[in-house]
Write a protein that binds this ligand. Structure first.
Ligand SMILES: [Zn+2]
Length: 67
């Protein structure tokens, strides 16, 4: 698979299979559920950035749309 994640420390693109960033050694964080993570990765593909934006939009809507 071609899943890449962005290193939270240096921003370098790192393989999802890697346990740590080869550039700075930052451990690569995955979502809590491995099956969900793989399903999302397969489904989203290059739309990962869009998904992140949707999550941010959801959080903003939740913060400002609550009763
Ligand atoms: Zn890094």
């Amino acid at each position: 698979m071609s899943g890449l994640v962005e290193c939270p420390s240096c921003g370098r693109l790192v393989s999802r299979e890697a346990s740590a960033c080869p550039s700075c050694g930052q451990p690569i964080r995955r979502s809590g559920c491995r099956i969900l993570d793989e399903a999302l990765g397969a489904f989203l593909g290059c739309a990962g950035t869009l998904f992140s934006l949707l999550v941010i939009a959801f959080v903003i809507a939740f913060l400002f749309g609550g009763c």
